[in-house]
Every structure is written in structure tokens, then in C-alpha cells.
Design a protein around this ligand. Structure first.
Ligand SMILES: O=P(O)(O)O[C@@H]1C[C@H](O)[C@@H](CO)O1
Ligand SMILES: O=c1cc[nH]c(=O)[nH]1
Length: 300
């Protein structure tokens, strides 16, 4: 392992005397002396992120048990005053919500990357723990993303910057994928964990080929042709963050992984019909996989 603090790709940061991580409500008052931030966050090795604050709170409680940490049954939301995201710290793990989709996720991702930089965290690993629609796998299956495709079925992420289309590659760390599959999966699990490609779209409805949104200008047949094409590219699940997450972390050289549970098989329909109780049970499945992986990672 290299043991290095992430190098961010913004020369302007060096010239800023202070940096307010607005959405996290964390003030880096003096960027030349970040000892206070280092004291609070310098031990962070893993940053877990997922859509909702309640899932991230439950993950924090779960990980504190798995890692044998002193009582964290009621972790404090460190970003409560920001009213945007929720963030919990359990030992060397941060659990932070990111909202729905790449736009809300990218905001907090930029700020979390700056946070680990200011804190001097060594080789932090970023993980998304989410839900998704499956393609040809039964609901409840956990998918560990290999390559992240965007809604144009390209293994890249596209973003408008200064009025220009900027396209960046979207690859997750092969080491993280391999280790999650090796240490996170157990034969005794009551569910399947598979590794496959993921499509991250900008829209839950039209972007994912649903016919039940407020707008739909294609036929059921068009939809099925599209979903089958996705499947033929090795895409096993569809969510709304993978390509942005892979591309941003790849760009700054931070290792990352995406672990999501399927809550529907999109080859069979569009409506999510599982009960909320079932959904909450499914949501815990990636916790088991990621919990074992993190435990193993922290032993090294
Ligand atoms: O982390 P979550 O479960 O929020 O991720 C998926 C992808 C979208 O953000 C959202 C759509 O329902 O769920
Ligand atoms: O179908 C689904 C289910 C969850 N999240 C998504 O983005 N799509």
C-alpha cells in the first residue's frame, strides 16, 4: 500500500486561506494548519455513502458492532446543522448520506474528498452502499459494480463544465472489487452477491426506460429492447450514481466501490412492489458484505 493522502486536482485550494464545506457544515478555518480537522477525522480509513440518512445511521450502528467499538447505539449526526446530509463517524469509518442521484451525490463527494485531504487521511476508501433495479437477477441480490456505464450505455461519465461536454472514464478500483468479493461474501449468506456492470442514470423513470413516469414516449417493446441491450453489456443493475462516483474517484486517484441491493427485476416490470419491511431487510444485505470487507481491511 502506498500510504498517501489523496492529491486533489485543484491548484486553487492551496491559495485558499480557509474552506467552508458548506453542505457538511464543516469549517476548515485555516488550510495551512488543519490540526483540528486532523484530530477529528485523521483516522478515517473508509467513507461509506448511501442515499438516505436513516440507512447511514443504521450502517454506523451496525459497523460499530461489527468492529467491536465502544457503544455507538446512538451516533451523533455531525452534519445536522447543515440540514442537507447526515454524517456519522464510528471509529475509522464515516457514514454519510448523499441523496438521490449524481447531482446531490457529487456535491457531498467533492466536500468529503476535501475533508479527507484536509484531515490527512491515508489511502481512504470510498464506498457506496445503495439500492438499485436488477437486470435478470432476483430482487434481494447484492451487486458489486465492475464497470460503471452512463445512461448512454458508455463506460464513462459526462458532465457540462463551462458550457462544454466533458467526458471522463468511470472505472472502480479492481482491488476493491476483488477484495469485497473475496472477504465480503460468505457461502452461508441467504442471498446471492454477484459482480457485474452497473448503469447509473440521471433519471429514475425515462432514464431507466420505465413506462410509468409522468412522461413516456416509447413503447414497451422499445423499453425491453433497451433493457436487453443493457443486459448484453453485462449490466446487472441500474441506479443513479455509479458513473459519476466512479469517474470522480478515479480522477483524484481514490479507491472506490459500489455495492447495491436490487429491489426489483426490471425485466419483469417497473413498479417497486416490495413492502417497506422487505426493503429495509434488503437494505441490510450490503451491510453484511461491506462490514466483513471493512473488518478485514482494518486488520491489515
Ligand atoms: O442509495 P439509494 O438507495 O438512494 O440509491 C438508489 C439510486 C437513487 O439514488 C435512488 C432511487 O430510488 O435509489
Ligand atoms: O429501479 C431502481 C430501483 C432503485 N434505484 C434505482 O435507481 N432504480
Amino acid at each position: 500500500m502506498s500510504n498517501s493522502v489523496p492529491e486533489l486536482l485543484n491548484p486553487n485550494l492551496k491559495a485558499m486561506p480557509s474552506d467552508y464545506l458548506y453542505h457538511l457544515d464543516i469549517n476548515v478555518a485555516n488550510t495551512n494548519d488543519t490540526s483540528d480537522i486532523q484530530q477529528r477525522f485523521g483516522d478515517v480509513k473508509v467513507v461509506c455513502m448511501g442515499g438516505t440518512g436513516s440507512r447511514m445511521r443504521a450502517l454506523a450502528v451496525y459497523l460499530s458492532e461489527v468492529l467491536g467499538l465502544p457503544d455507538s447505539s446512538d451516533p451523533e449526526d455531525l452534519c445536522a446543522r447543515g440540514h442537507r446530509y447526515a454524517m456519522y463517524k464510528v471509529g475509522p469509518v464515516l457514514c454519510c448520506s448523499h441523496g438521490v442521484g449524481s447531482s446531490t451525490f457529487s456535491v457531498v463527494l467533492h466536500e468529503l474528498l476535501k475533508l479527507v485531504k484536509y484531515a490527512g487521511c491515508q489511502d481512504p476508501i470510498f464506498l457506496r452502499i445503495g439500492t438499485c433495479g436488477g437486470l435478470g437477477v432476483p430482487p434481494g441480490t447484492v451487486v458489486v459494480t465492475k464497470d460503471a456505464f452512463n445512461g448512454l450505455l458508455r463506460n464513462e461519465h459526462e458532465i457540462a463544465i463551462l458550457g462544454q461536454r466533458v467526458v471522463r472514464p468511470a472505472k472502480f478500483s479492481e482491488e476493491v472489487i476483488k477484495d469485497i468479493m473475496a472477504y465480503g461474501v460468505e457461502a452461508k449468506d441467504s442471498f446471492q452477491t454477484v459482480s457485474g456492470n452497473t448503469m447509473g442514470t440521471d433519471c429514475f423513470y425515462e432514464g431507466q426506460g420505465r413506462t410509468d413516469g409522468a412522461i413516456c414516449e416509447y413503447s414497451d417493446e422499445d423499453k425491453m429492447t433497451f433493457l436487453k441491450k443493457c443486459h448484453s453489456l453485462g449490466i446487472l443493475n441500474i441506479e443513479m450514481e455509479a458513473s459519476m462516483f466512479a469517474s470522480v474517484t478515479q480522477k483524484v486517484g481514490v479507491k472506490a466501490g459500489d455495492v447495491c441491493v436490487t429491489i426489483i427485476n426490471r425485466l419483469n416490470g417497473d413498479q417497486v412492489t416490495i413492502t417497506m419491511d422487505q426493503k429495509h431487510e434488503f437494505e441490510k444485505r450490503p451491510f453484511l458484505v461491506v462490514g466483513r470487507y471493512i473488518k478485514k481491511l482494518l486488520l491489515h
